[in-house]
Design a protein around this ligand. Structure first.
Ligand SMILES: [Zn+2]
Ligand SMILES: [Zn+2]
Length: 329
């Protein structure tokens, strides 16, 4: 049996998964700040995640990086570690810990619907599944993102005097929104907030076509009529956004399914586009892995625990701290 505890510490190999504090050895599932922190000694992750961490935290954010691609394994002591696509953001991985007799999968953040700019999610059979549950309530059921983008484009074509400011996390969501707009045929220049241009360049360098992007600096107010500006959600609220005229506020997040949230943040066009699994994706994944045991790292744990138990699967909430996508700016 592999021994892993409720802080995702694997005793046999003295390694943590996504630790929030600096450690000797860490496996990092993906580059979001609630999973990837600076200051670890040895980091094992995908090549993309190591590049993202270096872009965000600097070249020396860990003493050493070891990278493995999806589908490849490394043996650490008696445990074999393999990464599989989590389809959450570029480089995001599920981690399989395996011995001859025991298989544990740590999903990290994930979604299972097809998102063609990323490698598709793979179901990895296991004995213990350690899953997130950000949207772990039956009310969460996301539409196709293409429908949301179509609604946005329709609105833009009818309101050419307005500037469309879209709130989206700088890493992953922003690039996905821009990519979806390009896929829908939107070829106009897109403006981006200064905090995300390096990450956009990184996505482009990996062959993800984002088209012509320009920095949203204020040279000429007229430049922004009928245009799209993508910015981190925090920028929608602060002074930065007040420099633009006739703003229509949009926000791309799974949370936009909660009408109250959109209203509170004065979002005129909520775009329900999530990089996390909805209820059906979570429960289908649990079923398909065949796990007899499920640990739920964070999110809406109770409903998922209840569902597991009703289906004869043992479930344990871990209530990991500091895991909150709403802080991922
Ligand atoms: Zn994430
Ligand atoms: Zn997260």
């Amino acid at each position: 049996m592999i021994s892993i505890d409720n802080k995702l510490y694997i005793r046999d190999i003295d390694t943590y998964i996504d630790p929030f504090f600096p450690v000797e050895r860490a496996i990092i599932t993906h580059g979001h700040a609630d999973h990837a922190r600076a200051g670890h000694k040895h980091v094992l992750c995908t090549p993309e995640t190591s590049e993202i961490m270096k872009i965000r935290y600097g070249e020396n954010c860990a003493s050493s990086f070891q990278t493995i691609k999806y589908g490849h394994s490394v043996k650490i002591g008696k445990i074999s570690v393999t990464f599989y696509p989590a389809a959450h953001i570029l480089g995001s991985a599920q981690v399989l810990l395996e011995t001859a007799k025991h298989r544990i999968v740590v999903t990290g953040d994930y979604k299972t619907i097809l998102d063609r700019h990323l490698d598709p999610f793979e179901v990895v059979p296991c004995d213990l599944l350690i899953t997130e549950a950000t949207f772990g309530l039956p009310i969460f059921k996301f539409n196709k993102p293409e429908m949301e983008i179509e609604r946005l484009l329709d609105n833009i074509s009818k309101n050419r005097e307005n500037t469309f400011l879209i709130g989206a996390y700088s890493l992953g969501k922003a690039q996905r929104i821009i990519w979806l707009l390009r896929e829908a045929g939107f070829s106009d220049d897109i403006f981006v907030h200064g905090s995300m241009d390096k990450l956009c360049d990184f996505y482009q360098s990996k062959g993800i076509r984002l088209g012509t992007l320009r920095k949203a600096t204020l040279d000429n107010k007229k430049d922004f009529k009928g245009k799209i500006i993508v910015a981190p959600p925090s920028a929608l609220k602060d002074r930065w956004s007040r420099r633009f005229e006739n703003i229509t506020r949009c926000y791309a997040s799974g949370w936009m399914q909660v009408k109250q949230r959109a209203k509170q943040s004065q979002i005129e066009i909520p775009l329900v586009i999530s990089d996390h699994s909805d209820w059906n994706e979570l429960t289908n994944t649990i079923k398909q892995t065949g796990a007899q045991k499920v640990w739920i790292t964070h999110g809406r744990e109770d409903a998922l625990k209840y569902w597991c138990e009703k289906n004869g699967i043992q479930a344990e909430p871990l209530s990991l701290q500091h895991r909150d996508e709403t802080n991922e700016l």
